[in-house]
Design a protein around this ligand. Structure first.
Ligand code: PHE
Length: 358
C-alpha cells in the first residue's frame, strides 16, 4: 500500500472512531490543522518538480477532499446524536405533580393590576385597551397638547423612526391616556372604563424606569362633576390599601387634557422610618386626575354641553411598591427569580373582592 493510502485509511478509521464532537475536532486538527499530516503533504507540493506535482497533486488534493468530507459527515452524525441525547435527558414529564417549593411567582405589578381591575370592576368599570405604539394624534393632539408645546417634551418621549413615505413619527405611548381617546371615539356615552397597560418615558433612576405601568380611568355621562371623581378615587384608594377611610387632599395641578386638574395626596406619617397612612402632617402623591377638558370631548366627537366626565391616571408599579414594601423600582424589571421568589405572589392567590385582595 502506498504511504498516501495508509494515511487515508488511518484517518478514516480515526474519524469513524471519534465518539464526540470534541474528539473529532482533535482528529481534524491532526490532519487538516496548520501542522496536520495532510496539510504537511499539501505544503510539500511546493518543493516538487513540475512532473512530480502533476502526478502527486491530484492524489494529495483528493485525499484532502475525502478526509474533509468524512469529517463533515461524522460531525453531522455526532451532533444529531448529541441533540438526541440532550432531548432525552431534558424531557419534562408534565404528568408529575408540581413541586411544593415555589420557584417563580406572580409579579407584584401584575398582582396589583389584578387587584385594581377587581376593585374597579365591582364599581362598574370595564377594561379597555390600546396599543403600546401610538401616533401623535392619540398620545398628544387629541388630548389637547398644543402643537410644538413643551408639554410634549415634558413626557421624555421615545420617538420611532419617521415613516419613509409620510414622515410621521410614531411614539411609545407616554401614558395610558390615549386609551381615553380611543374609547371615546369608538363608544357612545355613558362610558366607564379603566385602561391598564405599559407606558414608556426616557427616564431611569431609583423611582423611574423607561418602561412602567399605568392604569387610566375614564367616566363620561350627563351631570358628572368633581364630587363623583373624589368619591370614586377615595373609595378605590381606601379599599386598595385596606383602610376604612382615606384622608386625602386634591391639590391643584395642570394636565392639558383635564380642567380643572388635580393630584391626589394621602395623609401619611414617615417619621418612624415607616410609612403610616391617615396620621401625621406629610402627604404622599398617589395619582393625577381631573375633569375631562371640553376640547378633548370635542376632539373625540362628544358634545361637551351634553356630556361631562372625569379621568385619572396612576402608576401601578409605584402603588405596588407602596403596598408591598418594595424599596427600589429598578429590580422590579430585572427578571431575577430570587427577587420574584421574595416579592412574588402565588398564582393560586388571584385577587377577587370576595375572598380578599392579597
Ligand atoms: N396621563 C397623566 C400622566 O401620565 C395622568 C392623568 C390621567 C392625569 C388622567 C389626569 C387624568 O401623568
Amino acid at each position: 500500500m502506498t504511504d498516501l493510502a495508509t494515511l487515508e485509511l488511518d484517518l478514516i478509521n480515526a474519524i469513524g472512531g471519534a465518539e464526540s464532537v470534541a474528539a473529532l475536532e482533535e482528529v481534524r486538527v491532526a490532519a487538516l490543522g496548520k501542522s496536520g499530516s495532510v496539510s504537511g503533504l499539501l505544503k510539500g507540493m511546493g518543493a516538487m518538480s513540475p512532473d512530480e506535482r502533476r502526478e502527486q497533486g491530484p492524489m494529495i488534493n483528493g485525499l484532502r477532499d475525502r478526509v474533509a468530507a468524512a469529517i463533515a459527515a461524522r460531525k453531522a452524525e455526532l451532533e444529531a446524536a448529541e441533540l438526541d441525547a440532550r432531548l432525552q435527558a431534558e424531557r419534562v414529564d408534565l404528568t408529575l405533580p408540581a413541586r411544593p417549593r415555589r420557584k417563580g411567582g406572580v409579579h407584584p405589578t401584575m398582582q396589583v393590576m389584578d387587584e385594581m381591575i377587581a376593585l374597579f370592576a365591582e364599581m362598574g368599570f370595564a377594561v379597555a385597551e390600546g396599543p403600546d405604539i401610538e401616533d401623535d394624534f392619540h398620545n398628544f393632539t387629541a388630548l389637547n397638547f398644543p402643537p410644538k408645546h413643551p408639554a410634549r417634551e415634558m413626557h421624555d418621549t421615545f420617538f420611532l423612526k419617521p415613516d419613509p413615505e409620510t414622515g410621521e413619527r410614531k411614539v411609545l405611548r407616554t401614558h395610558t391616556s390615549p386609551v381615553q381617546v380611543r374609547t371615546m371615539m369608538s363608544q357612545k356615552p355613558p362610558i366607564r372604563i379603566i385602561a391598564p397597560g405599559r407606558t414608556f418615558r426616557k427616564d431611569s433612576d431609583a423611582t423611574h424606569t423607561p418602561m412602567f405601568h399605568q392604569i387610566e380611568g375614564l367616566v363620561i355621562d350627563r351631570d358628572i362633576h368633581m364630587g363623583h371623581l373624589k368619591t370614586t378615587l377615595q373609595t378605590f384608594i381606601a379599599r386598595f390599601f385596606e383602610l376604612d377611610e382615606v384622608q386625602a387632599r386634591f391639590r391643584p395641578h395642570h394636565f392639558p387634557f383635564t380642567e380643572p386638574s388635580a393630584e391626589m395626596d394621602i395623609r401619611c406619617d414617615r417619621s418612624g422610618g415607616k410609612l403610616v397612612f391617615n396620621t401625621g402632617d406629610d402627604w404622599l402623591e398617589i395619582l393625577g386626575c381631573g375633569m375631562v377638558h371640553p376640547n378633548v370631548l370635542k376632539n373625540c366627537g362628544i358634545d361637551p354641553d351634553e356630556y361631562q366626565g372625569f379621568a385619572f391616571g396612576m402608576g401601578v408599579d409605584r402603588l405596588a411598591m407602596l403596598k408591598y414594601g418594595v424599596p427600589d423600582l429598578r429590580p422590579m424589571f430585572d427578571a431575577d427569580t430570587r427577587w420574584l421568589a421574595h416579592y412574588g405572589f402565588s398564582a393560586f392567590a388571584a385577587p377577587n373582592p370576595a375572598s380578599g385582595l392579597s
